[in-house]
Design a protein around this ligand. Structure first.
Ligand code: GLY
Length: 400
């Protein structure tokens, strides 16, 4: 015998289906209502005539510049590579390019990919050291080689041959953050923590200062016992700090449409997961994961935990959903739900069995519709269209 709740769920799901929201089928009533309201609030933008450029929240200046360049007749890929360069060059964004947080050995390794819609060409570099603008190197891979990806030493050699300048990408701020991470890994190793350094034992009036807590205390930063907080302004661009140590999977993604019905391009560029194993490659340079562009359909990309995005082929999944008729925001939510469904190991789940990490997807469709969604919390994306340049709030899969 169907209960009242069953009936409500059925009606909500039927309503959702009528509104073209197939991802809602089977959802619980409260969840269905929340997502339904979110879908009603979503951006039903009537794209004017001009370019539409979407990026992650750190890309406000990126979308502004890319929109201008496309409006002046520039190629969409050239425009977004120029746009993301602003963030790659910015020492204060610790998740991308120069100033990005390094790997476990204190070396900055960058990943990037690009796709050019009209010719369906792609290029990528991964684990690239000493070159500030991996997106521009990835574009050269697409433009000047028959390959799709070049990594590590080979990527550096390729970049140098293309005329890129080799430089140290580790800023003093990022080095200090690495030192803090390294020294708080294990109380019993030979890296001293702040409270073990040779600090004065008396203040300038001669009074005794509290003594340091000493060695032998378990304080591994990621033990789960640490004080976790959202990133502070001390570490711009990072996702969170644990016991004062910054962690990031931050990245910049940017996708552009030259005009509704016209051409698309996409680019994702990152310094990747902070403190990663040397050679670790995330989703950003993987075509179909951190970026996918189909000139007949749309373009999508990701920021956040790359391993999760790779395991569901995130950007490709979103473009395929848009091809099947989804609004870009719904396609992003679908991919996030897929990640949630596929996340099964305990260390990646919160107390309610939901992913304890974040992923944010961004998408623009060939007709100019756009959208973005994050796994949890409050996130923003940058958008430039005929109504202006602004930040908008991402939809959220789990909002409590
Ligand atoms: N999404 C960036 C990374 O995981 O490397």
């Amino acid at each position: 015998m169907p209960t009242q709740n069953d009936r409500r769920a059925f009606l909500a799901a039927a309503g959702a289906a009528a509104f073209g929201l197939p991802f809602l089928a089977g959802a619980q009533p409260n969840e269905t209502r929340r997502r339904f309201e979110q879908a009603q609030q979503r951006n039903n933008n009537i794209a004017g005539d001009g370019p539409v450029v979407i990026a992650s929240g750190n890309g406000l200046e990126t979308v502004r510049l890319a929109q201008q360049l496309i409006a002046q007749g520039g190629d969409p890929l050239d425009a977004i590579v120029a746009g993301v360069k602003i963030v790659e060059d910015d020492p204060n964004d610790m998740s991308v390019g120069y100033g990005g947080l390094p790997n476990e050995e204190g070396v900055v390794e960058l990943d990037s990919s690009v796709m050019h819609g009209p010719m369906h060409r792609s290029g990528a570099v991964a684990a690239l050291r000493n070159i500030k603008n991996p997106a521009a190197v990835a574009r050269e891979v697409a433009r000047r080689t028959d390959h799709c990806m070049i990594v590590g030493e080979g990527a550096l050699k390729f970049a140098l041959r293309m005329g890129f300048k080799e430089e140290n990408l580790l800023t003093e701020q990022a080095r200090q953050a690495w030192l803090k991470w390294r020294s708080t890994l294990n109380r019993d190793d030979d890296w001293l923590q702040d409270d073990e350094l040779d600090l004065p034992v008396k203040d300038n009036k001669g009074a005794q200062l509290p003594s340091p807590s000493g060695r032998g205390w378990p304080s591994k930063a990621r033990s789960g016992e640490g004080q976790s907080s959202l990133a502070s302004s001390q570490y711009p661009g990072v996702d969170e700090t644990i016991n004062g140590v910054p962690y990031t999977t931050g990245t910049i993604h940017c996708s552009a449409l030259t005009a509704p019905g016209a051409d698309l391009a996409g680019c994702t560029t990152t310094s990747g997961l902070s403190w990663k194993l040397p050679g670790r490659v995330g989703d950003s340079p993987i075509i179909g994961a951190g970026l996918y562009t189909d000139n007949e359909v749309g373009s999508a990309g990701a920021t956040g935990r790359g391993e999760a995005v790779i395991q569901i082929c995130g950007a490709h999944t979103i473009v395929m959903r848009m091809d099947a008729g989804d609004h870009p925001q719904d396609a992003c939510l679908y991919a996030l739900q897929k990640i949630a469904d596929c996340t099964k190991v305990q260390r990646l789940l919160d107390e309610r069995g939901r992913p304890n990490f974040n992923v944010v997807f961004y998408a623009v469709r060939k007709d100019g519709q756009f959208g973005s969604a994050c796994m949890r919390g409050v996130r923003e994306f940058a958008i430039a269209d005929s109504t202006g340049v602004r930040l908008e709030k991402c939809a959220t899969l789990f909002d409590d």
